[in-house]
Structure formats: C-alpha cells, structure tokens
Design a protein around this ligand. Structure first.
Ligand code: G
Ligand code: MN
Length: 256
C-alpha cells in the first residue's frame, strides 16, 4: 500500500527546483539548493511545507528521489555545489554515507560538489551519532550544512565543534532588524573554526547589505532569485552574475 506521496513520485508529479546561493563578495552563483516541488493535479505546484506532514511515512522515498535527481542535474553544472535537504532519521543511519556515495556515483556527481543540509535540531539531538556520520561524509569530500540555524540565538552549537562546512542562518534571524550585531559576532566566531555562513531568506536589498556587511559568505533568498525548475538553471548560469545589493535598483518582487 503506497500513500499519496509515493504515488505522486511514481506518476511523475514530483519535481526538483533550484534556488541559487550567491557568494557575498563576488555576487556570483556559488551553488543551488534543491527543493522538492509537487505538481499536484488539484492544488497546483506546492512545496514541502504544504505536503510533508501528511506524508511522514514516505519521507525516505521523497528524500531519495530528490537526492538522485539533484545529483544527476548537478552533474551537468560547471563546478557548482548542490545543497540537498536530508531528513533527520536518514542522517541517523550509519549506512547513510555509503548510500550517498552510491547515489552520487550513479549520477556521475563528484562528492565534493554535494552539500547535505541537516536541521540544527537533528544535529543537536544526538551530537555523537551526528559527529560520526558527518566525519565519514567529510572524509568522502561531502560538505555538511546546518539548516535553519539560530532560532535560539545561541552560540552553544559552535562549542560542539562538529565537522560542519557551513551554517545557514534561519530567515527569522536574517529578517530580524535587531539581530545584526549578533550575526556579526556569530560569523566572526564561526570563521575562527573554519565554518562558512549563509544568510537564508534574504528578501530585500537592505537585508542583503546587512548580511554582506556582517560577513556572511553566501546569501540566498527571493531578493536574488526564487526557486526555479532544473531546466532554467543552465540558463541562469550562462546569464552571468547576480543582482547586486548595492545597485541602485529596488528589490525585485517578480517571480523567476
Ligand atoms: O528549510 P529550508 O531552508 O530548506 O527551506 C527552504 C524554503 O524556503 C524553500 O521552500 C524556499 O522556497 C523558501 N524560501 C527561499 N527563499 C525565501 C525567501 O526569501 N523568503 C521566503 N519567505 N521563503 C524563502
Ligand atoms: Mn535547506
């Protein structure tokens, strides 16, 4: 018995879209985050926020589908990183690194072009297990990003010194006008232990400038680009650089 989500995958209704991650210093595209999109026959194109909670039992099917598709799409990109969201219980499996290696090899993607995004809570739930899996993955060349970071405005995470490549600051922090001092100090501390920082959910020119000034290495959000289908990615790559937060243009609200 399969549920609606597994059926949607089998019926070809599930798709993977990509949102650019912009390097703050060059304002060029450094990589893309892969995001599941369901072309629902009645509800239209919907994201995981709208369908995931009813489909928990098939999350592994979805994760495997997104991972395989993202790896095969990214294998055609010129040296860019693809970020893929990983479900907490996937990450808790000790066989997970071997699964990743097999999926990337089948897709023809070099492992150093893959970045796995893990929620802060999932990493903190069992830091020892997380450390073991992260260490294996890092040895294989895979990058690890902590997703949706910082709801508690805590720096404790850095003290764990997990083998993490990048921390993605949650939109709730990025859009908080009082958070810039906290962010600047957090970025400084993260850099001293070799971690990079992405600001997520950047929607305005003012936010982009603040994140750039605070030292964030990458920015992602509607100000730069909305997620778009895989076929549009190559076009974006050949189209050159990204929108500049210091350019004299108003923030874009247009769809991609
Ligand atoms: O949890 P995670 O960071 O993986 O979630 C990414 C989600 O955030 C995607 O569904 C994406 O469409 C959405 N998103 C990306 N950029 C922005 C933004 O600038 N504003 C808002 N509100 N959502 C965004
Ligand atoms: Mn993510």
């Amino acid at each position: 018995m399969t549920n609606a989500l597994a059926k949607a995958i089998a019926a070809g209704e599930m798709d993977v879209w990509y949102q650019p991650q912009i390097a703050s210093t060059t304002l060029r595209i450094a990589g893309f985050e892969a995001l599941a999109r369901w072309n629902h026959p009645e509800r239209g194109c919907i994201g995981p926020d709208e369908f995931l909670d009813q489909s928990e039992e098939c999350i592994e099917d979805l994760a495997a589908f997104v991972l395989a598709r993202a790896c095969s799409d990214a294998a055609h990109w010129p040296g860019l990183v693809v970020g893929v969201n990983v479900a907490p219980h996937q990450f808790a499996h000790s066989a997970f690194p071997d699964d990743i290696a097999a999926i990337a090899a089948a897709a023809g993607l070099s492992l150093d072009h893959l970045e796995l995004e893990i929620l802060e809570n999932a990493a903190l739930e069992n830091p020892d297990a997380a450390r073991a899996v992260m260490t294996r993955l890092r040895q294989m060349g895979v990058r690890i990003a902590i997703d949706d970071f910082g709801q508690g405005y805590s720096r404790e995470f850095l003290r764990l010194d997990l083998p993490v490549s990048k921390i993605k600051l949650a939109r709730s922090i990025v859009t908080d006008p009082t958070a810039s001092d906290w962010i600047r100090e957090f970025v400084r501390m993260a850099h001293t232990i070799g971690m990079e920082i992405t600001a997520e959910g950047v929607e305005t020119q003012a936010q982009a400038l603040t994140m750039q000034t605070a030292g964030c290495d990458y920015m992602q959000g509607y100000f730069f680009a909305r997620p778009s289908p895989g076929r549009d990615v190559m076009r974006a790559l050949t189209g050159g650089g990204a929108k500049s937060p210091s350019a004299d243009t108003s923030p874009s609200a247009e769809e991609s």
